[in-house]
Design a protein around this ligand. Structure first.
Ligand SMILES: NC(=O)c1ccc[n+]([C@@H]2O[C@H](COP(=O)([O-])OP(=O)(O)OC[C@H]3O[C@@H](n4cnc5c(N)ncnc54)[C@H](OP(=O)(O)O)[C@@H]3O)[C@@H](O)[C@H]2O)c1
Length: 262
């Protein structure tokens, strides 16, 4: 029997983690959502081994309360943490495309808070429980866009602040890995591939980002067949996460377990 915390669980990839992990009735899965009263997709799974817990992942204090709530159920332990919450506000512009310096700064700070700082808050909040757990495994959702080599090889211009923030998240993960290797922890920064989570393509920012992404994809993946489903991505991510070793802790890899991002 294993316990899991998944953040950003109301929809998309996070919801699919909750779905696949809770399918094993001996697992206990804590779905962290922003609003407990607005998690219909998690409720629709109708599984007794899912606990819905509320926390905004940019709020370190809210995460501490969430960890306390989880600890009450598990007897102060946690086996696995999946820090999935994150994303972009899709500005649809390049690094030099912001209307004002203030717009650029806001976008950078927002993305940093939502992707890098929130990951550190999440890990810090659950570390005391993880130390008492039996698996000691933490995976944080990054993105291939945070990879220097992908950016240079593809010329992908999309999502500048998000890409920078995910690169920072990778270092957050490496710092924890370096600190906790001797205690047998596995930390992993995971890119899930390009996953169809139903993003609204009529949103002008998203449409512009997609155009920029599409221009870069053929340069690094000429045989790209289109986005994968959350189901396929999560299955592949869990396979990599479960086989990752303490010696390899702190790496940044894709759902394929290497540096092939799409
Ligand atoms: N989809 C892809 O192709 C792709 C590619 C690379 C990386 N990723 C990464 O994979 C992760 C999941 O992406 P996704 O595509 O599944 O995203 P998504 O469909 O936008 O879902 C994100 C989930 O996170 C929740 N969330 C948003 N802000 C939050 C906050 N401050 N605190 C707690 N939860 C919050 C959202 O809650 P609400 O429902 O309340 O809005 C939503 O349930 C992200 O870290 C993303 O950067 C995705």
């Amino acid at each position: 029997m294993s316990s899991y915390v998944v953040t950003g669980a109301a929809k998309g990839i996070g919801l699919e983690f909750v779905n696949q992990l809770s399918a094993n009735s001996s697992n206990t899965v804590f779905a962290i959502v922003r609003n407990k009263n607005k998690a219909p997709n998690v409720e629709a799974l109708e599984r007794k081994n899912i606990h819905i817990v509320q926390a905004d992942c940019t709020d370190g204090r809210a995460l501490l309360s969430a960890a306390e709530e989880v600890g009450k159920v598990t007897g102060g332990k946690l086996d696995y943490l999946i820090a999935n919450a994150g994303g972009s506000n899709h500005p649809g512009v390049t690094m030099d495309g912001f209307a004002t310096p203030e717009d650029l700064e806001k976008d950078l700070i927002d993305n940093y808070k939502f992707n890098a700082i929130s990951t550190a808050h999440t890990i810090n909040a659950f570390l005391p429980l993880l130390k008492k757990g039996s698996a000691k495994r933490v995976m944080a959702l990054s993105s291939g866009l945070g990879d220097l080599d992908l950016t240079l090889a593809s010329g992908m211009l999309a999502e500048p602040s998000y890409s920078i923030a995910k690169a920072a998240l990778n270092m957050v993960v490496a710092k924890y890995a370096a600190q906790y290797k001797d205690e047998g922890f596995v930390f992993l920064a995971m890119s899930p591939g390009i996953v169809n989570t139903g993003a609204d393509a009529t949103n002008p920012g998203i449409a512009a980002e997609m155009k920029m992404l599409a221009a870069g994809v053929p340069k690094i993946a000429p045989d790209f067949k289109g986005p994968i489903t959350p189901e396929v991505s999560v299955k592949m991510q869990l396979e990599v996460f479960n086989r990752w070793t303490v010696e390899e802790s702190g790496a940044f890899v894709s759902h394929m377990g290497n540096k092939v991002w799409i």
